[in-house]
Write a protein that binds this ligand. Structure first.
Ligand code: GTP
Ligand code: SPV
Ligand code: MN
Length: 636
């Protein structure tokens, strides 16, 4: 491939309306090789970088400034090394395909550790490791781990630079793929570094793929190690990640910082760090609302964040698709920011019919990981088109045809793209004060029991709904896909401390909001309920706007509801179903409460709560008892 094709794309024909233009012109010279810290860098940062370099022994150190030229150089380097394949710029301008090692394809939850001083502080849902022992292990692994490699210093701001709600971090990594991804996913570079002064708190994150190179040793396209540690030290707010270059294991600004470490900061400082999308919805009268929604990994956050409303007169705009930081403000409102600047979205299932906005967002300037390569140099994945192309190169680099019997794209293959390229990005998505949250939604992937939508009776009931989310496991983490598991608040793999204390913290935040009188209302949804024949009862995707409309009409005081055993549900005419083509009886099935299976679910919740050694707040036990009493009262 000629390097001339490696230029950053500004192709107007391929740019959908609203997509931000990129600066023109590529600088291909390796211009990023500054060996020393930029002048003015806080001394503590410099000393820390020096100490990590002394430990890991990289060949050189590069301080990243976040410029487009720097990104150009990085991708050029990776194309040369074989880590990235440039896609055909006619179809996918300035976009790249990375194929990971087949053993490094998802978050490794059993190798993710919370190393708090005590085991109780991390709680029964986390892997706890003794911090002193973990330090010894990590110092051993990281010693010389960057031999023969470049160590990149990657400063970033989570949240708009300078926002009082933003927090700062610095990651060192020996993976250029991680640097280029972090440049898309965060506000990375000089502006973030300049925010760090002597008194600033910042999160140090150390990452190595764990493959030192001996002199002259050839590299592989996706270096990683079979030994993996994703370790968090909540008291000192440090992150150490070894052995993986994939997703949340390695892009440490994302789950490790913005959820696990941030949740501990939030507990201390009185706010919430959540696995939530953020969207703005405007009703036909022009009233705008903001909604946050927590769904487990690969359960529809990106789809909902980019939803195209099918209900006439309603519009949806995007603010975030994965993480929300929620701060109770002085005026009694709850304000949300998206700490990220990009999307790391699940590719399979994304199509012009399920999520046209995502398809338009990734028109160019996108890194794809573990998707299939078409013969014309564009990408493909399961569900992108109705019929698969006759021939593809699969995610492992092998020839593939529709009769292969294996997926062409890995089920957890992803696209990495800047949020500003999203045609539906909201004008307030970078508001440094955050947006006022009107509704909080919890959801999961449940074939049975959980109705299409339920409103909580009050904040405490809402916290109970969040605490009792279960979901069928997806390919986003290593494990058994389809197995039903507890995933409270969609935070099971992401809460940096004892989940029982987290439940109590949610209850406390409600107390803080109460005097202001503008508490968000809380809802539970389930797009995934199935009929006896295994088909989805609800069409989902854009049609979820009908449920959003009901939720916001409730917030707006426009809709009555039925008070049932599980909470408040729509009246028979409450949901707009016009033109939906639901089969007779489907609506009833979507809201059916089976007394016996619900009583079994209550027993299972009781067992789950019992696992916290009496630490679950009394209020949640009271909510559980009330639910049981209401179910018992349902006629058999
Ligand atoms: P993470 O990035 O892993 O945190 O996940 P996410 O919640 O952003 O996942 P995403 O939106 O990418 O979910 C993708 C999966 O959910 C795909 O398998 C989609 O087909 C499926 N999905 C999303 N919305 C719907 C829906 O409304 N109905 C149904 N049946 N499936 C949906
Ligand atoms: C998730 O698994 O919830 C993700 C992807 O959003 S990763 O960043 O890999 O954690
Ligand atoms: Mn996620």
């Amino acid at each position: 491939m000629s390097s001339a094709t490696l230029s950053r794309s500004t192709t107007p024909s391929a740019t959908p309306a609203g997509a931000a233009a990129q600066p023109r012109g590529a600088v291909l010279a390796p211009s990023l090789m500054a060996r020393s810290a930029p002048s003015g860098t806080d001394l503590a940062v410099v000393r820390w970088v020096e100490s990590i370099a002394a430990l890991t022994q990289p060949e050189e150190i590069v301080w990243c400034n976040g410029s487009p030229q720097e990104w150009d150089s990085l991708v050029h380097l990776m194309v040369t090394q074989g880590t990235l394949i440039q896609l055909n710029p006619e179809h996918r301008p300035y976009s790249f395909l990375a194929r990971s090692d087949p053993h490094d394809v998802a978050r490794v939850e059993d190798r993710t550790f919370i190393c708090s001083e005590t085991e109780e502080a991390s709680g029964p849902t986390n892997n706890w490791a003794d911090p002193a022992e973990m330090r010894t292990t990590l110092l051993g692994l990281f010693a010389g781990s960057m031999h023969g490699r470049t160590m990149y210093v990657v400063p970033f701001s989570m949240g708009p630079v300078g926002s009082p709600l933003a927090r700062l971090g610095v990651q060192v990594t020996d993976s250029p793929y991680v640097v280029a991804s972090t440049a898309i996913m965060t506000r990375m570079g000089s502006a973030a570094l300049a925010q760090i002064e002597a008194t600033t708190k910042w999160v140090p994150a150390i990452h190595s793929v764990g493959v030192p190179l001996a002199p002259g040793q050839a590299d592989v396209s996706w270096p990683c190690n079979t030994t993996k540690y994703i370790s968090h030290f909540p008291e000192t707010r440090e992150i150490w990640s070894y052995g993986s270059a994939y997703g949340g294991n390695a892009l440490l600004a994302k789950k490790a910082f913005a959820l696990r470490i941030a949740s501990t900061m939030a507990l201390e400082e009185g706010w919430l760090a959540e696995h939530m999308l953020i969207l703005k919805v405007t009703n036909p009268r022009g009233r705008a609302f903001h909604v946050v929604a927590a769904f487990p990994s690969a359960c529809g956050k990106t789809n909902l964040a980019m939803l195209k409303a099918t209900v006439p007169g309603w519009t949806v705009e995007t603010i975030g698709d994965d993480i929300a930081w929620l701060h109770p403000a002085a005026d009694g409102t709850l304000r949300a920011i998206n700490p990220e600047a990009g999307f790391f979205g699940v590719a399979p299932g994304t199509s012009m019919s399920t999520n046209a906005t995502a398809m338009e967002t990734m028109w160019g300037n996108t890194i794809f990981t573990n998707v299939a390569l078409r013969d014309d140099g564009d990408v493909w994945w399961e569900g992108m088109t109705k019929h698969a192309p006759d021939h593809l190169i699969d995610w492992q680099g092998k020839d593939w045809s529709p009769d292969a019997g294996t997926p062409a794209a890995h089920p957890n293959s992803r696209f990495t793209v800047a949020a500003r390229q999203c045609p539906t990005i909201s004008d307030d998505w970078e508001d440094p004060r955050g947006v006022v949250v009107d509704a909080i939604v919890f959801g999961g992937r449940r074939a049975t029991n959980v109705p299409l939508v339920v409103e909580a009776r009050d904040w405490e009931h809402g916290v109970f709904l969040g605490a009792t989310v279960s979901s069928e496991q997806t390919a986003a983490a290593e494990g058994t896909v389809g197995e039903l598991r507890r995933d409270p608040f969609a935070m099971l793999p992401f809460c940096g401390y004892n989940m029982a204390d987290y439940f109590a913290h949610w209850l406390d935040v409600g107390q803080k909001l109460r005097p202001g009188g503008r508490m968000p209302r809380i809802f539970q949804v389930n797009w995934f309920r199935k009929d006896a024949d295994g088909s989805f009862l609800w069409p989902g995707f854009g049609e979820n706007s009908r449920v959003l409309a009901w939720i916001l009409e409730r917030v707006d005081g426009q809709r009555a509801a039925i008070d049932g055993p599980l909470g408040l549900t729509p009246t028979p005419s409450g949901l707009s179903l016009e033109g939906l083509g639901l089969r007779a009886g489907d609506l009833e099935k979507l809201f059916e409460v089976d007394r016996e299976s619900w009583l079994a679910e209550v027993d299972s919740t009781e067992e789950f709560f019992a696992g916290f050694d009496g630490k679950v707040p009394e209020e949640l036990n009271r909510q559980l008892a009330m639910l049981r009493a209401r179910l018992v009262a349902v006629p058999e």
